[in-house]
Design a binder for this molecule. Structure first.
Ligand code: ADP
Length: 492
Protein backbone atom coordinates (compact mmCIF):
# COMPACT_ATOMS: atom_id res chain seq x y z
CA UNK A 1 0.00 0.00 0.00
CA UNK A 2 1.48 3.37 -0.84
CA UNK A 3 0.77 6.68 0.76
CA UNK A 4 -1.11 8.22 -2.12
CA UNK A 5 -3.29 11.15 -1.11
CA UNK A 6 -6.80 11.13 -2.46
CA UNK A 7 -6.99 14.41 -4.35
CA UNK A 8 -10.00 16.53 -3.46
CA UNK A 9 -9.38 18.96 -6.34
CA UNK A 10 -6.72 19.56 -8.97
CA UNK A 11 -3.54 21.25 -7.80
CA UNK A 12 -3.50 24.96 -8.54
CA UNK A 13 -7.26 24.99 -8.76
CA UNK A 14 -9.34 26.91 -6.28
CA UNK A 15 -11.03 24.48 -3.93
CA UNK A 16 -14.59 24.16 -5.22
CA UNK A 17 -17.53 24.91 -2.96
CA UNK A 18 -18.06 21.87 -0.81
CA UNK A 19 -21.17 20.12 -2.09
CA UNK A 20 -23.83 19.11 0.41
CA UNK A 21 -24.02 15.57 1.69
CA UNK A 22 -26.73 13.44 0.06
CA UNK A 23 -28.54 13.29 3.40
CA UNK A 24 -28.82 17.08 3.58
CA UNK A 25 -29.70 17.38 -0.09
CA UNK A 26 -32.61 15.00 0.37
CA UNK A 27 -33.68 16.72 3.59
CA UNK A 28 -33.49 20.08 1.82
CA UNK A 29 -35.56 18.73 -1.11
CA UNK A 30 -38.19 17.47 1.30
CA UNK A 31 -38.17 20.79 3.16
CA UNK A 32 -38.76 22.77 -0.02
CA UNK A 33 -41.50 20.34 -1.05
CA UNK A 34 -43.28 20.69 2.29
CA UNK A 35 -42.92 24.45 2.15
CA UNK A 36 -44.48 24.59 -1.33
CA UNK A 37 -47.40 22.39 -0.26
CA UNK A 38 -47.96 24.49 2.87
CA UNK A 39 -47.85 27.75 0.91
CA UNK A 40 -50.26 26.36 -1.70
CA UNK A 41 -52.63 25.20 1.02
CA UNK A 42 -52.55 28.57 2.77
CA UNK A 43 -53.03 30.51 -0.43
CA UNK A 44 -55.93 28.43 -1.69
CA UNK A 45 -57.61 27.75 1.62
CA UNK A 46 -57.32 31.17 3.16
CA UNK A 47 -56.51 33.93 0.71
CA UNK A 48 -58.82 32.75 -2.06
CA UNK A 49 -61.43 31.05 0.03
CA UNK A 50 -63.85 34.02 0.04
CA UNK A 51 -63.55 34.52 -3.71
CA UNK A 52 -64.00 30.78 -4.38
CA UNK A 53 -67.01 30.56 -2.17
CA UNK A 54 -68.61 33.61 -3.76
CA UNK A 55 -68.08 32.25 -7.26
CA UNK A 56 -69.60 28.91 -6.30
CA UNK A 57 -72.60 30.57 -4.66
CA UNK A 58 -73.15 32.91 -7.63
CA UNK A 59 -73.21 30.06 -10.09
CA UNK A 60 -75.55 28.12 -7.80
CA UNK A 61 -77.95 31.07 -7.67
CA UNK A 62 -77.95 31.50 -11.44
CA UNK A 63 -78.40 27.79 -11.92
CA UNK A 64 -81.43 27.87 -9.59
CA UNK A 65 -82.88 30.73 -11.62
CA UNK A 66 -82.57 28.65 -14.79
CA UNK A 67 -84.30 25.70 -13.13
CA UNK A 68 -87.22 27.83 -12.00
CA UNK A 69 -87.55 29.49 -15.43
CA UNK A 70 -88.35 26.07 -16.89
CA UNK A 71 -91.12 25.29 -14.42
CA UNK A 72 -92.78 28.72 -14.16
CA UNK A 73 -96.03 27.50 -15.69
CA UNK A 74 -96.12 24.16 -13.88
CA UNK A 75 -98.90 23.67 -11.41
CA UNK A 76 -96.41 22.41 -8.83
CA UNK A 77 -94.30 25.57 -9.05
CA UNK A 78 -94.74 26.46 -5.41
CA UNK A 79 -93.78 23.01 -4.11
CA UNK A 80 -90.75 22.90 -6.35
CA UNK A 81 -89.68 26.40 -5.31
CA UNK A 82 -90.00 25.35 -1.68
CA UNK A 83 -87.92 22.27 -2.27
CA UNK A 84 -85.22 24.26 -4.05
CA UNK A 85 -85.23 26.82 -1.25
CA UNK A 86 -84.71 24.10 1.34
CA UNK A 87 -82.19 22.06 -0.62
CA UNK A 88 -80.00 25.00 -1.45
CA UNK A 89 -80.57 27.11 1.67
CA UNK A 90 -81.76 30.12 -0.30
CA UNK A 91 -84.74 32.49 -0.29
CA UNK A 92 -86.81 32.59 -3.46
CA UNK A 93 -89.64 34.93 -4.54
CA UNK A 94 -91.52 34.75 -7.85
CA UNK A 95 -93.67 37.78 -8.84
CA UNK A 96 -95.27 39.32 -11.89
CA UNK A 97 -94.48 42.75 -13.23
CA UNK A 98 -96.96 44.33 -10.82
CA UNK A 99 -95.24 42.87 -7.78
CA UNK A 100 -97.84 40.20 -7.12
CA UNK A 101 -96.10 37.25 -5.47
CA UNK A 102 -96.76 33.73 -6.86
CA UNK A 103 -94.41 31.87 -4.71
CA UNK A 104 -92.16 32.92 -1.86
CA UNK A 105 -90.06 30.67 0.31
CA UNK A 106 -87.60 31.73 2.88
CA UNK A 107 -84.82 29.62 4.34
CA UNK A 108 -82.88 32.14 6.43
CA UNK A 109 -83.12 31.91 10.19
CA UNK A 110 -83.27 35.67 10.39
CA UNK A 111 -85.18 38.44 8.70
CA UNK A 112 -84.37 38.86 5.10
CA UNK A 113 -84.55 41.59 2.54
CA UNK A 114 -87.05 39.83 0.31
CA UNK A 115 -89.59 39.62 3.14
CA UNK A 116 -89.46 43.33 3.73
CA UNK A 117 -90.16 44.29 0.13
CA UNK A 118 -93.64 45.63 -0.49
CA UNK A 119 -95.63 45.06 -3.66
CA UNK A 120 -94.68 48.50 -4.77
CA UNK A 121 -90.96 47.88 -4.08
CA UNK A 122 -91.17 44.78 -6.19
CA UNK A 123 -92.91 46.62 -9.03
CA UNK A 124 -90.23 49.35 -9.00
CA UNK A 125 -87.51 46.73 -8.93
CA UNK A 126 -89.12 44.97 -11.91
CA UNK A 127 -89.03 48.17 -13.93
CA UNK A 128 -85.45 48.95 -12.96
CA UNK A 129 -84.13 45.50 -13.80
CA UNK A 130 -86.20 45.39 -16.98
CA UNK A 131 -84.51 48.59 -18.10
CA UNK A 132 -81.09 47.18 -17.18
CA UNK A 133 -81.62 44.28 -19.57
CA UNK A 134 -83.46 41.66 -17.59
CA UNK A 135 -81.20 40.61 -14.78
CA UNK A 136 -79.16 42.02 -11.94
CA UNK A 137 -76.67 40.45 -9.59
CA UNK A 138 -75.79 42.39 -6.48
CA UNK A 139 -73.75 41.50 -3.43
CA UNK A 140 -74.21 43.48 -0.26
CA UNK A 141 -74.01 43.24 3.45
CA UNK A 142 -77.37 42.24 4.82
CA UNK A 143 -79.09 44.94 6.93
CA UNK A 144 -80.48 42.11 9.11
CA UNK A 145 -78.15 40.58 11.63
CA UNK A 146 -78.27 37.16 13.34
CA UNK A 147 -78.90 37.07 17.01
CA UNK A 148 -75.20 37.20 17.74
CA UNK A 149 -74.92 40.39 15.75
CA UNK A 150 -73.19 38.85 12.72
CA UNK A 151 -74.42 40.37 9.49
CA UNK A 152 -73.81 38.05 6.58
CA UNK A 153 -72.98 39.07 3.03
CA UNK A 154 -75.82 38.33 0.66
CA UNK A 155 -76.11 37.73 -3.07
CA UNK A 156 -79.31 38.96 -4.62
CA UNK A 157 -80.08 37.79 -8.13
CA UNK A 158 -83.00 39.32 -9.98
CA UNK A 159 -84.05 37.73 -13.26
CA UNK A 160 -86.95 38.79 -15.50
CA UNK A 161 -88.36 36.15 -17.83
CA UNK A 162 -91.29 35.75 -20.15
CA UNK A 163 -93.29 32.56 -19.82
CA UNK A 164 -94.41 30.54 -22.85
CA UNK A 165 -97.88 32.00 -22.48
CA UNK A 166 -96.42 35.49 -22.70
CA UNK A 167 -96.54 36.57 -19.04
CA UNK A 168 -93.72 38.48 -17.39
CA UNK A 169 -92.28 36.98 -14.26
CA UNK A 170 -89.58 38.23 -11.94
CA UNK A 171 -87.42 35.77 -9.97
CA UNK A 172 -85.65 37.02 -6.88
CA UNK A 173 -83.12 34.68 -5.39
CA UNK A 174 -81.26 35.59 -2.24
CA UNK A 175 -78.38 33.52 -0.96
CA UNK A 176 -76.23 34.09 2.03
CA UNK A 177 -72.51 33.95 1.76
CA UNK A 178 -71.93 32.44 5.16
CA UNK A 179 -69.39 34.55 7.01
CA UNK A 180 -66.12 33.32 5.53
CA UNK A 181 -64.07 34.77 8.37
CA UNK A 182 -65.30 32.17 10.81
CA UNK A 183 -64.54 29.40 8.37
CA UNK A 184 -61.11 30.85 7.71
CA UNK A 185 -60.35 30.83 11.41
CA UNK A 186 -61.25 27.15 11.65
CA UNK A 187 -59.17 26.42 8.59
CA UNK A 188 -56.24 28.37 9.96
CA UNK A 189 -56.16 26.26 13.08
CA UNK A 190 -56.43 23.13 10.98
CA UNK A 191 -53.73 24.31 8.64
CA UNK A 192 -51.35 25.03 11.48
CA UNK A 193 -51.91 21.46 12.71
CA UNK A 194 -51.53 20.01 9.22
CA UNK A 195 -48.37 22.04 8.62
CA UNK A 196 -46.81 20.98 11.91
CA UNK A 197 -47.67 17.31 11.23
CA UNK A 198 -46.34 17.62 7.67
CA UNK A 199 -43.06 19.14 8.84
CA UNK A 200 -42.61 16.48 11.51
CA UNK A 201 -43.59 13.56 9.27
CA UNK A 202 -41.66 14.99 6.33
CA UNK A 203 -38.59 15.51 8.47
CA UNK A 204 -38.68 11.97 9.85
CA UNK A 205 -39.35 10.52 6.40
CA UNK A 206 -36.60 12.64 4.82
CA UNK A 207 -34.07 11.57 7.42
CA UNK A 208 -35.11 7.94 7.09
CA UNK A 209 -34.92 7.94 3.28
CA UNK A 210 -31.71 9.97 3.31
CA UNK A 211 -30.09 7.49 5.67
CA UNK A 212 -31.20 4.56 3.56
CA UNK A 213 -29.85 6.15 0.40
CA UNK A 214 -26.77 7.83 1.75
CA UNK A 215 -25.47 5.06 3.99
CA UNK A 216 -24.52 2.64 1.16
CA UNK A 217 -23.17 5.53 -0.93
CA UNK A 218 -21.06 6.71 1.99
CA UNK A 219 -19.82 3.14 2.52
CA UNK A 220 -18.88 2.82 -1.16
CA UNK A 221 -17.21 6.23 -0.97
CA UNK A 222 -15.12 5.24 2.03
CA UNK A 223 -14.11 1.96 0.38
CA UNK A 224 -13.28 3.81 -2.86
CA UNK A 225 -10.96 6.14 -0.92
CA UNK A 226 -9.23 3.06 0.47
CA UNK A 227 -8.91 1.71 -3.06
CA UNK A 228 -7.44 5.01 -4.24
CA UNK A 229 -4.89 4.78 -1.43
CA UNK A 230 -3.75 1.51 -2.97
CA UNK A 231 -5.56 -1.05 -0.88
CA UNK A 232 -6.69 -3.30 -3.73
CA UNK A 233 -8.03 -5.95 -1.39
CA UNK A 234 -10.88 -3.73 -0.31
CA UNK A 235 -14.34 -5.05 -1.20
CA UNK A 236 -17.46 -2.92 -1.72
CA UNK A 237 -20.72 -3.86 -0.02
CA UNK A 238 -23.24 -4.59 -2.79
CA UNK A 239 -26.26 -3.25 -0.89
CA UNK A 240 -28.64 -0.31 -1.15
CA UNK A 241 -30.40 0.84 -4.30
CA UNK A 242 -29.91 -0.78 -7.70
CA UNK A 243 -27.52 1.94 -8.90
CA UNK A 244 -25.40 1.82 -5.77
CA UNK A 245 -25.16 -1.96 -5.79
CA UNK A 246 -24.23 -1.88 -9.50
CA UNK A 247 -21.60 0.74 -8.72
CA UNK A 248 -20.28 -1.47 -5.93
CA UNK A 249 -20.18 -4.46 -8.30
CA UNK A 250 -18.27 -2.45 -10.90
CA UNK A 251 -15.84 -1.15 -8.28
CA UNK A 252 -15.37 -4.66 -6.93
CA UNK A 253 -14.52 -5.83 -10.40
CA UNK A 254 -12.14 -2.89 -10.86
CA UNK A 255 -10.52 -3.59 -7.50
CA UNK A 256 -10.06 -7.26 -8.40
CA UNK A 257 -8.52 -6.33 -11.74
CA UNK A 258 -6.29 -3.73 -10.10
CA UNK A 259 -5.22 -6.24 -7.54
CA UNK A 260 -4.40 -8.74 -10.32
CA UNK A 261 -2.42 -6.11 -12.21
CA UNK A 262 -0.67 -5.10 -9.03
CA UNK A 263 0.21 -8.76 -8.37
CA UNK A 264 1.46 -9.16 -11.92
CA UNK A 265 3.48 -5.96 -11.65
CA UNK A 266 5.20 -7.22 -8.53
CA UNK A 267 5.82 -10.55 -10.18
CA UNK A 268 7.23 -8.82 -13.23
CA UNK A 269 9.68 -6.92 -11.08
CA UNK A 270 10.70 -10.12 -9.35
CA UNK A 271 10.79 -12.09 -12.61
CA UNK A 272 12.60 -9.52 -14.66
CA UNK A 273 15.16 -8.78 -12.00
CA UNK A 274 15.67 -12.48 -11.48
CA UNK A 275 15.82 -13.15 -15.21
CA UNK A 276 18.26 -10.30 -15.72
CA UNK A 277 20.39 -11.23 -12.76
CA UNK A 278 20.85 -14.92 -13.62
CA UNK A 279 22.55 -14.43 -17.02
CA UNK A 280 24.49 -11.43 -15.70
CA UNK A 281 25.83 -13.51 -12.83
CA UNK A 282 26.81 -16.24 -15.27
CA UNK A 283 28.52 -13.79 -17.64
CA UNK A 284 30.37 -12.13 -14.82
CA UNK A 285 31.35 -15.45 -13.24
CA UNK A 286 32.65 -16.95 -16.46
CA UNK A 287 34.37 -13.68 -17.37
CA UNK A 288 36.19 -13.57 -14.05
CA UNK A 289 37.19 -17.23 -14.28
CA UNK A 290 38.56 -16.67 -17.80
CA UNK A 291 40.44 -13.57 -16.67
CA UNK A 292 42.00 -15.23 -13.63
CA UNK A 293 42.63 -18.74 -14.94
CA UNK A 294 44.15 -18.68 -18.40
CA UNK A 295 43.42 -22.38 -18.82
CA UNK A 296 39.65 -21.65 -18.63
CA UNK A 297 39.72 -19.43 -21.68
CA UNK A 298 37.98 -22.12 -23.74
CA UNK A 299 35.56 -21.77 -26.65
CA UNK A 300 32.90 -23.57 -24.52
CA UNK A 301 33.11 -20.92 -21.81
CA UNK A 302 32.98 -18.13 -24.38
CA UNK A 303 29.91 -19.84 -25.87
CA UNK A 304 28.25 -19.82 -22.47
CA UNK A 305 28.83 -16.07 -22.23
CA UNK A 306 27.43 -15.62 -25.75
CA UNK A 307 24.38 -17.79 -24.92
CA UNK A 308 23.71 -15.84 -21.78
CA UNK A 309 23.93 -12.49 -23.57
CA UNK A 310 21.51 -13.89 -26.11
CA UNK A 311 19.11 -14.77 -23.32
CA UNK A 312 19.38 -11.24 -22.03
CA UNK A 313 18.81 -9.82 -25.50
CA UNK A 314 15.75 -12.03 -25.95
CA UNK A 315 14.32 -10.96 -22.64
CA UNK A 316 14.85 -7.28 -23.33
CA UNK A 317 13.41 -7.71 -26.85
CA UNK A 318 10.37 -9.51 -25.50
CA UNK A 319 9.79 -6.76 -22.97
CA UNK A 320 10.14 -4.07 -25.60
CA UNK A 321 7.90 -5.92 -28.07
CA UNK A 322 5.23 -6.43 -25.52
CA UNK A 323 5.24 -2.86 -24.30
CA UNK A 324 5.03 -1.65 -27.90
CA UNK A 325 2.24 -4.13 -28.71
CA UNK A 326 0.33 -3.10 -25.61
CA UNK A 327 0.79 0.57 -26.33
CA UNK A 328 -0.59 -0.10 -29.81
CA UNK A 329 2.30 1.69 -31.50
CA UNK A 330 3.58 -1.36 -33.34
CA UNK A 331 2.65 -1.11 -37.02
CA UNK A 332 2.21 -4.26 -39.08
CA UNK A 333 4.37 -4.73 -42.13
CA UNK A 334 1.82 -6.70 -44.12
CA UNK A 335 2.87 -8.76 -47.17
CA UNK A 336 1.57 -11.84 -48.90
CA UNK A 337 3.82 -14.76 -48.03
CA UNK A 338 3.95 -18.54 -47.99
CA UNK A 339 3.06 -19.48 -44.42
CA UNK A 340 3.83 -23.17 -44.93
CA UNK A 341 7.29 -22.34 -46.23
CA UNK A 342 7.85 -19.94 -43.39
CA UNK A 343 7.01 -22.65 -40.83
CA UNK A 344 9.31 -25.13 -42.56
CA UNK A 345 12.14 -22.57 -42.38
CA UNK A 346 11.54 -22.06 -38.67
CA UNK A 347 11.54 -25.79 -37.96
CA UNK A 348 14.71 -26.15 -40.00
CA UNK A 349 16.54 -24.08 -37.39
CA UNK A 350 15.68 -26.63 -34.74
CA UNK A 351 17.30 -29.43 -36.72
CA UNK A 352 20.33 -29.36 -34.50
CA UNK A 353 18.32 -29.67 -31.29
CA UNK A 354 19.39 -33.11 -30.20
CA UNK A 355 16.73 -35.67 -29.46
CA UNK A 356 13.73 -33.57 -30.52
CA UNK A 357 11.57 -34.28 -33.52
CA UNK A 358 9.31 -31.81 -35.27
CA UNK A 359 6.86 -33.59 -37.59
CA UNK A 360 4.97 -31.04 -39.72
CA UNK A 361 1.77 -32.08 -41.48
CA UNK A 362 0.67 -29.80 -44.32
CA UNK A 363 -1.28 -30.87 -47.38
CA UNK A 364 -0.52 -27.82 -49.47
CA UNK A 365 1.37 -24.56 -49.36
CA UNK A 366 -0.84 -21.80 -48.08
CA UNK A 367 -0.39 -18.05 -48.56
CA UNK A 368 -1.51 -15.47 -46.07
CA UNK A 369 -1.40 -11.70 -46.05
CA UNK A 370 0.16 -10.72 -42.75
CA UNK A 371 3.33 -9.47 -41.09
CA UNK A 372 5.71 -12.36 -41.77
CA UNK A 373 8.16 -11.48 -39.05
CA UNK A 374 5.48 -11.29 -36.39
CA UNK A 375 3.74 -14.48 -37.49
CA UNK A 376 7.13 -16.20 -37.37
CA UNK A 377 7.51 -14.91 -33.83
CA UNK A 378 4.13 -16.49 -32.98
CA UNK A 379 5.26 -19.84 -34.37
CA UNK A 380 8.63 -19.52 -32.60
CA UNK A 381 7.01 -18.76 -29.27
CA UNK A 382 4.59 -21.68 -29.57
CA UNK A 383 7.30 -24.11 -30.67
CA UNK A 384 9.68 -22.88 -27.95
CA UNK A 385 7.01 -23.39 -25.30
CA UNK A 386 6.23 -26.84 -26.69
CA UNK A 387 9.91 -27.73 -26.49
CA UNK A 388 10.19 -26.38 -22.95
CA UNK A 389 7.15 -28.32 -21.79
CA UNK A 390 7.54 -31.34 -24.12
CA UNK A 391 6.97 -34.84 -22.83
CA UNK A 392 9.27 -37.84 -22.71
CA UNK A 393 8.98 -38.47 -26.43
CA UNK A 394 10.45 -35.01 -27.13
CA UNK A 395 8.10 -34.57 -30.03
CA UNK A 396 6.55 -31.29 -31.07
CA UNK A 397 4.00 -31.94 -33.78
CA UNK A 398 2.84 -29.17 -36.09
CA UNK A 399 -0.18 -29.35 -38.34
CA UNK A 400 -1.56 -27.01 -40.94
CA UNK A 401 -5.20 -27.39 -42.04
CA UNK A 402 -7.36 -25.27 -44.30
CA UNK A 403 -11.11 -24.84 -43.85
CA UNK A 404 -13.65 -22.11 -44.68
CA UNK A 405 -11.02 -19.82 -46.15
CA UNK A 406 -8.91 -19.99 -43.02
CA UNK A 407 -5.64 -21.72 -42.33
CA UNK A 408 -5.15 -23.18 -38.89
CA UNK A 409 -1.71 -23.93 -37.52
CA UNK A 410 -1.48 -26.08 -34.42
CA UNK A 411 1.50 -26.96 -32.26
CA UNK A 412 1.07 -30.05 -30.12
CA UNK A 413 3.28 -31.42 -27.38
CA UNK A 414 2.83 -34.48 -25.18
CA UNK A 415 4.02 -32.75 -22.03
CA UNK A 416 2.43 -32.11 -18.68
CA UNK A 417 -0.52 -30.08 -19.96
CA UNK A 418 -2.13 -27.07 -18.33
CA UNK A 419 -4.82 -27.19 -15.62
CA UNK A 420 -8.17 -26.08 -17.01
CA UNK A 421 -8.58 -23.18 -14.59
CA UNK A 422 -5.25 -21.73 -15.76
CA UNK A 423 -6.06 -21.89 -19.48
CA UNK A 424 -7.42 -18.35 -19.50
CA UNK A 425 -4.58 -16.82 -17.50
CA UNK A 426 -1.62 -18.16 -19.48
CA UNK A 427 -2.25 -15.46 -22.11
CA UNK A 428 -1.70 -12.76 -19.51
CA UNK A 429 1.74 -11.26 -19.42
CA UNK A 430 4.21 -12.53 -16.82
CA UNK A 431 1.93 -15.44 -16.05
CA UNK A 432 3.50 -18.78 -15.30
CA UNK A 433 1.41 -21.77 -14.33
CA UNK A 434 3.97 -23.33 -12.07
CA UNK A 435 6.40 -20.84 -10.63
CA UNK A 436 8.29 -23.35 -8.54
CA UNK A 437 8.87 -25.70 -11.43
CA UNK A 438 12.38 -25.69 -12.78
CA UNK A 439 11.22 -25.46 -16.33
CA UNK A 440 9.12 -22.40 -15.64
CA UNK A 441 12.32 -20.55 -14.83
CA UNK A 442 13.23 -20.84 -18.48
CA UNK A 443 10.62 -18.46 -19.83
CA UNK A 444 9.78 -14.90 -19.01
CA UNK A 445 6.02 -15.37 -18.97
CA UNK A 446 5.80 -12.97 -21.89
CA UNK A 447 5.73 -15.37 -24.86
CA UNK A 448 2.00 -16.16 -25.00
CA UNK A 449 1.07 -12.58 -24.25
CA UNK A 450 3.08 -11.50 -27.30
CA UNK A 451 1.37 -14.27 -29.34
CA UNK A 452 -2.02 -13.01 -28.22
CA UNK A 453 -1.28 -9.39 -29.08
CA UNK A 454 0.16 -10.20 -32.50
CA UNK A 455 -2.83 -12.39 -33.43
CA UNK A 456 -5.27 -9.81 -32.16
CA UNK A 457 -3.54 -7.18 -34.30
CA UNK A 458 -4.07 -9.50 -37.29
CA UNK A 459 -7.66 -10.23 -36.31
CA UNK A 460 -6.78 -13.92 -36.12
CA UNK A 461 -8.34 -16.44 -33.74
CA UNK A 462 -6.18 -18.40 -31.29
CA UNK A 463 -6.58 -20.87 -28.50
CA UNK A 464 -5.37 -23.87 -26.61
CA UNK A 465 -6.67 -27.35 -25.87
CA UNK A 466 -4.90 -29.09 -23.05
CA UNK A 467 -5.24 -32.27 -21.06
CA UNK A 468 -3.29 -32.56 -17.81
CA UNK A 469 -0.61 -35.20 -18.14
CA UNK A 470 -1.25 -35.69 -21.85
CA UNK A 471 -0.11 -32.48 -23.44
CA UNK A 472 -1.32 -29.30 -25.03
CA UNK A 473 -2.23 -28.09 -28.49
CA UNK A 474 -1.84 -24.37 -29.13
CA UNK A 475 -3.42 -23.13 -32.35
CA UNK A 476 -4.04 -19.98 -34.33
CA UNK A 477 -5.93 -19.09 -37.49
CA UNK A 478 -5.38 -16.59 -40.29
CA UNK A 479 -7.44 -15.92 -43.42
CA UNK A 480 -6.02 -17.65 -46.51
CA UNK A 481 -4.84 -15.16 -49.11
CA UNK A 482 -6.43 -16.00 -52.48
CA UNK A 483 -4.10 -17.09 -55.29
CA UNK A 484 -2.55 -14.28 -57.32
CA UNK A 485 -2.72 -14.82 -61.08
CA UNK A 486 -1.07 -18.06 -62.23
CA UNK A 487 1.80 -18.51 -59.84
CA UNK A 488 1.58 -18.07 -56.11
CA UNK A 489 4.49 -15.70 -55.92
CA UNK A 490 4.32 -13.21 -53.13
CA UNK A 491 4.29 -9.59 -54.28
CA UNK A 492 7.53 -7.71 -54.01
P1 ADP B 1 6.97 -18.57 -20.63
O1 ADP B 1 8.01 -17.69 -21.19
O2 ADP B 1 7.03 -18.73 -19.16
O3 ADP B 1 6.82 -19.86 -21.37
P2 ADP B 1 4.52 -17.94 -21.86
O4 ADP B 1 3.69 -16.70 -21.90
O5 ADP B 1 5.00 -18.43 -23.19
O6 ADP B 1 5.67 -17.71 -20.85
O7 ADP B 1 3.65 -19.05 -21.19
C1 ADP B 1 2.97 -18.77 -20.02
C2 ADP B 1 2.81 -20.04 -19.19
O8 ADP B 1 1.94 -20.94 -19.87
C3 ADP B 1 4.07 -20.81 -19.03
O9 ADP B 1 4.82 -20.34 -17.93
C4 ADP B 1 3.56 -22.19 -18.80
O10 ADP B 1 3.21 -22.36 -17.44
C5 ADP B 1 2.31 -22.26 -19.62
N1 ADP B 1 2.56 -22.93 -20.91
C6 ADP B 1 2.80 -22.33 -22.10
N2 ADP B 1 2.97 -23.25 -23.08
C7 ADP B 1 2.82 -24.46 -22.49
C8 ADP B 1 2.84 -25.80 -22.97
N3 ADP B 1 3.08 -26.10 -24.26
N4 ADP B 1 2.64 -26.80 -22.08
C9 ADP B 1 2.40 -26.52 -20.78
N5 ADP B 1 2.35 -25.27 -20.27
C10 ADP B 1 2.56 -24.26 -21.11
Amino acid sequence: MNDMQVPQFLPGEKPPKKPLKIRWQIALGFGVFILIIAVLLWVFQIAFLGAFYRTIKTSEVKNTAELIERILEDSGLDTQVRNLSNERSINIVVTDEMGTQYSAWKHSQRDCLLETMTRNDLRVLFNEVNLEGGNRLSVYSSPFAYEDGVRPDVILYVDIVRTQSGFNRMLLIESEITPVDATVETLQVQLVCVTVIMVLLGGILALFIARRISRPVAAVNEAAKELARGNYNIRFAESGSKEVSELAQTLNYAAEELSKVEGLRRELLANVSHDLRTPLTMIRGYGEVMRDLPGENTPENVQIIIDETERLTNLVNDLLDLSRLEAGVMALDVTRFNLTESIRAILHRYDKLAGYSFPFLAEEDVFVTADELKISQVVYNLVNNAITYAGEDKTVALEQTVANGKVRVSVTDTGEGIPEEKLRDIWERYYKVDREHKRAQVGTGLGLSIVKHILELHGGAYGVVSQLGEGSTFWFELPVSPALGQGNDPPK
